[in-house]
Structures are given as C-alpha cells and as structure tokens.
Design a protein around this ligand. Structure first.
Ligand code: ADP
Ligand code: MG
Length: 292
C-alpha cells in the first residue's frame, strides 16, 4: 500500500473507533486467518456474578460463604468481586484474615478465624491433594450451563462448590458472525474450565477452544495457532493477555481493558467491544485493495 492509502485507512479507522498504533497492522490484518480471542472481558462482560453455591456434608452454607468472601475481599480478580457481592447481599459480615496468598492461575488462600481457607479452580484443589469428585455431577451441569465452577476448602477438607457466570457482551455474536463472513476462523483462549469454555464457544459458534491455559500459556497458544493456520490476530483486555498480544502477528486490545494490554497492542478498539475487529479487517482489505 502507498503511504497515502495507509494514511487514509488509518484516518478511516479512527472514525470507526479503531486506532492503529502501528501502520503495519493495517497492512497485515487482511492476511489474518484466525482471530484468537481471550474470553473474560473480551467475549464476556468481565463482570461475573455468583449463581450457585453448594456446601459439602457437614458444612454450614453461611459459614463457608462468609469465610470464602473474607478471603476474596483481598483479591482483585473479577471472580472475587462476585463472591464478596453475594456474601454482602446475604447480609454476612466478613471476618478479618491473615496470611493472604494469591496463587497465579489457580486461586487464593488465607487464614480466617483460625481456619485455612482455599478457593479456586479444580486444578488448585488437585494441587492441594483434594478430591473434587463428590461434586462431579454438579460441576458437569454448571459447565454445560456456561458457568465456571470453583471449589472451596476449609482446613484441608473440600467444603463447597461455587459457580460464577459472566454474561456474553451483546455485541459479541454479531462480531463473530462478521468475522466468519470475512472468511476467518475464531478461536477462544482462556484460563477458564474446558467444559465452561466449550459451552460458551458452542453458543457463539466459535471454531476452536484452547482452555485451562495458565497466564503464561497464552503465548504458547498463539504460537500453536500460528503454526497451524498462519497469520494470527489476538484480541484481549487483561494484564495476562499482554505477552500474547505481543506474540501475535497483530495484537488487538479492547480499549476499556488494562493499560498493559493497550501498550502491548498494535491496534486499540476504542468502542470496547469485538465489533471493531471485523471493522479493522474489512478496512485492511479495502485499503490494501485500493493501492495504485
Ligand atoms: P482468567 O483470566 O481465566 O480468570 P486467571 O489466571 O486470572 O485467568 O485465573 C485462572 C483461574 O484461576 C480462574 O478461572 C479461577 O478458576 C482461578 N482463580 C484465579 N483467581 C481466583 C480467585 N480470586 N478466586 C477464585 N478462583 C480464582
Ligand atoms: Mg480478559
């Protein structure tokens, strides 16, 4: 493309709420084969709510929820906010805690009222040597419903299962349809549970799912998609998306996302939703098609 057509394309992008931080991105996007997308905060609102909470035999529901919420009050994860909000809604007061610890990609733990409380994904429980099979049926149902199951342990005993659901942004289905119309495949990359990710992907017509990815694993997922399909655009909003945004041929950040993500991206979507991606690709095809 000529410098003039790049300038015109970049200007048109700005009108559409698509900011090209690198001119190169406008040229590369037309060749993208796959758009890989982070789930939480990109496909979904990123504001989960607590939907289910069951305790194991011998545990008191309010007691476990209050302890779990106390621990989560120290975490900045969106899941934590959902749990604290649910406990507050139920009128529970949160006890003070000591020894808070966040285990990356796994969960959180602390000591509350003398009890060690651990909350997180099934892999966290497995790491702690806990068997979650008593909740296998519940977890399977929750996953099918597109909800994310989490587990709570108190003093080394499995105490409960918690589910959070994060609504899909209303703009997501149309954007995915537009990407398919442009001939691209859409892949979901997420740290969330496989069953949950697959349920949401199926609901959205997403072509490929890479789930239960640890934060540092998103880069590997992008490499894998590159090797299989060729040019990859990656779309994300979070701190843990930054390396994948840098690794992709074109990194696209949701403008309402974290600053680190925006700084690592080649393209920023001011609108804060996925619709900017098909817009940017269509623009790239039109601009590069308009050379001479
Ligand atoms: P994601 O962007 O998918 O949430 P993270 O690496 O932040 O990726 O978390 C991976 C998983 O670890 C979460 O899906 C959740 O199961 C668990 N997890 C992380 N933080 C917390 C927390 N504060 N409370 C409970 N579970 C958590
Ligand atoms: Mg995210």
């Amino acid at each position: 493309a000529t410098p003039t057509s790049i300038m015109v394309g970049t200007g048109r992008g700005a009108e559409l709420g698509v900011l090209f931080r690198k001119g190169e991105a406008l040229q590369l996007l037309k060749d993208a084969k796959v758009v890989a997308v982070d789930k939480t905060g990109t496909l979904t609102e990123g504001r989960p709510v607590l939907t289910d909470f069951e305790v194991a035999e011998g545990f008191d529901r309010s007691n476990v929820l209050a302890k779990v919420a106390a621990v989560e009050s120290r975490s900045e994860h969106p899941i934590a906010r959902a749990i604290v909000a649910a406990a507050t809604d139920e009128g529970l007061s949160l006890s003070s805690l000591i020894d808070f610890q966040s285990v990356t990609g796994m969960g959180v733990q602390a000591t509350v009222e003398g009890s060690i409380v651990e909350i997180g994904a099934d892999r966290f429980m497995r790491k702690l040597g806990l068997d979650v099979s008593t909740f296998a049926e519940t977890a399977e149902r929750l996953g099918r419903e597109g909800k994310s199951p989490l587990y709570a342990a108190v003093d080394g005993k499995l105490a409960g299962i918690i589910a959070v659901a994060d609504p899909v942004k209303t703009t997501t289905p149309v954007a995915i349809a537009a990407l398919h119309q442009l001939g691209l495949k859409v892949a979901m990359v997420t740290g969330d549970n496989t069953r949950t990710a697959q349920a949401i992907a199926q609901q959205l017509g997403i072509d490929e799912v890479i789930a239960e990815v640890m934060p540092e694993g998103k880069v590997e997922a992008v490499r894998q998609l590159k090797a299989t399909y060729g040019q990859i655009a990656f779309v994300g909003d979070g701190i843990n998306d930054a390396p994948a945004l840098a690794e992709a041929d074109v990194g696209i950040a949701i403008g309402t996302g974290t600053e680190v993500a925006v700084e690592s991206a080649d393209v920023v979507l001011v609108s804060g939703n996925l619709q900017g991606v098909p817009n940017a690709i269509a623009l790239s095809k039109a601009t590069i098609g308009n050379i001479h």
